[in-house]
Design a protein around this ligand. Structure first.
Ligand code: ZN
Length: 212
């Protein structure tokens, strides 16, 4: 569902116009999906912050999809290829925990805040005067309008499942990291869903053979 803000009001846009009726509408959030996104999104901040602090890398793009995520990083010099060690260090940070907080600052103040914020200031539309910052205490602070968990400990265990070398030029080494959080519960849910879908297909096939 597309959601936008117009003249200070939040507007929800739905595709199926025929279901619209005049009056109060009740909407609900798929909390399991939302919470998963919040955890992955916070993990993206954490990984980007970790690599920035350690290797001065910049995050150039990211995506969260179907219980996995990816992050493209650009390193100013060749990074060590042992991403396993980084994974373990980030995992230790998650176990230790750190609070995630937000604050809003005027755009012109951002220029005076050292760190990774400067790298994205040009990407924020000129029309935005107040910028929301998301801070992982002691690790990272970044401009972001998304949803996050309150503490990185909520992210739980995660694994880097793929590291792809995207090549390099004289100034930048590019890598794409793919990762997923470990969730036994979600794993079993997906398994059951898959099983039910396959059973439907099998039943369908048997049924059609019977009719034939
Ligand atoms: Zn964010």
């Amino acid at each position: 569902m597309k959601v936008k803000r117009k003249n200070g009001k939040i507007i929800h846009c739905i595709k199926e116009r025929k279901y619209l009726e005049v009056g109060v509408a009740e909407i609900s959030i798929n909390w399991e999906r939302r919470y998963t996104f919040m955890r992955y999104h916070t993990l993206l901040h954490l990984i980007a912050g970790y690599f920035y602090n350690r290797y001065q890398s910049k995050a150039t793009s990211s995506q969260i999809k179907d219980y996995k995520a990816r992050l493209d990083l650009q390193f100013p010099s060749s990074p060590p290829l042992d991403f396993k060690e980084s994974e373990h260090e980030i995992q230790r940070m998650i176990k230790k925990g750190a609070s995630v907080t937000t604050r809003t600052v005027p755009r012109n103040e951002l220029e005076n805040i050292p760190g990774s914020i400067k790298t994205v200031i040009d990407l924020i539309p000129r029309s935005v005067n107040d910028v929301r910052l998301v801070k992982i205490t002691g690790i990272d602070e970044e401009a972001c309008g998304g949803t996050h968990v309150n503490n990185i400990s909520e992210v739980g265990e995660f694994k880097i499942i793929k590291v792809k070398n995207l090549g390099h030029n004289r100034d930048a080494w590019k890598y794409r990291l793919k990762f997923r959080t470990r969730e036994i519960l979600f794993f079993f849910k997906r398994l059951i869903y898959k099983f039910l879908r396959n059973s439907d297909r099998k039943l369908g096939r048997i049924h059609s053979v019977g009719n034939f």
